[in-house]
Design a protein around this ligand. Structure first.
Ligand SMILES: NC(=O)c1ccc[n+]([C@@H]2O[C@H](COP(=O)([O-])OP(=O)(O)OC[C@H]3O[C@@H](n4cnc5c(N)ncnc54)[C@H](OP(=O)(O)O)[C@@H]3O)[C@@H](O)[C@H]2O)c1
Length: 303
């Protein structure tokens, strides 16, 4: 096994690129990334940073299996949304699971030292296919006895960059259809690499353990008040009641609604202070929104 070779699936994506950037700060790692298209703009950007590209497709394990041989580590994140067309959540879940399990098999066959798997949990009360796929893969990893760290992520702060804003008189309504007191366990996904790097740097400590990445359990009304405090605008929430929210299916994407319902029902639990003990620089909402150029521009924040 090459002591320091780490291979990242999804290296051109949000999570994978974060892992690549974090590992590249430590010269002991040789950083490799799987992409379907090494010629794409995002692949080329990663190559310029120092990532060695591997042409491979998660839908065909034979395309990347040889490249895994001798790797000390693999970061595995499989994108549910690539297979989701709005009405086929169960099919997308099954494809995500099949692709993920095939990658786990390939890691096992190649003798990879540590798999860091980007996970979500099943919430139990109702199915959420894009959470459940990942929870099933966690079971598979454990059943296969593959050395792994399960890295549970949270809602991306960056999702707010695509939230709709509606001007209403001198107020701006943040179009998040959630009750004001909804708590969203969230983080800056561009920091997930700091968590993954910790595991790859200390595999003896992290093999067989769970890790949670969260920057803040942020309330919906706090998001609006922070945006107001940091700008000269008055941001308000939609003022949705729990009953309004429960009546929404049919009016919004079902998979996203289920994800929101996990927050509304308080079914996703994260402890940001524990995350901060691992990665002291993990950002809370205020720190993220002030530092993110796109957020500053979108929300008209004072510089
Ligand atoms: N949004 C949230 O709040 C949130 C929170 C927690 C977890 N998540 C989870 O995060 C996952 C998405 O991760 P992300 O945000 O990093 O995705 P992303 O930025 O959309 O990137 C997707 C990546 O997947 C790769 N990919 C897609 N299909 C592939 C295939 N067949 N073979 C190889 N690579 C493939 C792409 O690589 P190429 O195009 O270069 O091949 C790209 O690097 C989802 O499963 C979602 O459930 C999201």
């Amino acid at each position: 096994m090459s002591a320091n070779k780490v291979i990242i699936f999804g290296v051109t994506g949000v999570q994978g690129a974060s892992v690549a950037r974090a590992l590249l700060t430590n010269p002991k790692f040789s950083v490799w990334g799987v992409t379907r298209n090494p010629a794409s703009k995002s692949s080329q950007e990663m190559e310029k940073l120092g990532v060695n590209l591997i042409k491979g497709d998660l839908g065909d394990a034979s395309s990347y299996a040889d490249a895994l041989k001798g790797a000390a580590g693999v970061f595995l994140n499989v994108n549910f949304w690539a297979h989701y067309k709005g009405n086929n959540a169960d099919e997308a879940r099954d494809i995500e699971m099949a692709q993920s399990n095939a990658a786990v098999d390939a890691c096992k066959a190649a003798g990879v030292g540590l798999v860091v798997y980007s996970a979500l949990e099943s919430v139990g009360k109702f199915p959420i296919p894009h959470f459940d796929a990942k929870a099933e893969v966690v079971k598979y990893i454990k059943a296969q006895g593959v050395p792994a760290t399960i890295l549970y992520s949270s809602y991306y702060f960056t999702n707010l960059l695509s939230a709709k804003l509606e001007e209403r008189g001198d107020e701006i309504v943040l179009k998040l259809p959630l009750p004001d007191d909804t708590v969203i366990p969230a983080f800056n996904p561009n920091q997930i690499g700091l968590f993954a790097r910790l595991a790859f740097e200390n595999p003896q400590e992290w093999t067989g353990k769970d890790m949670f990445a969260c920057g803040e359990n942020v309330r919906v009304d706090k998001i609006a008040s922070v945006l107001s405090d940091l700008s000269s605008r008055k941001y308000v929430t939609m003022g949705v009641s729990r009953d309004d929210f429960l009546a929404l299916p049919g009016e919004m994407d079902q998979e996203l609604w289920l994800n929101y319902r996990a927050f509304v029902d308080g079914l996703m639990s994260r402890n940001p202070e524990e995350s901060r003990k691992l990665v002291p620089e993990v950002q809370d909402f205020t720190t993220w929104v002030k530092a993110d150029k796109d957020a500053v521009a979108k929300f008209g924040l004072r510089s």
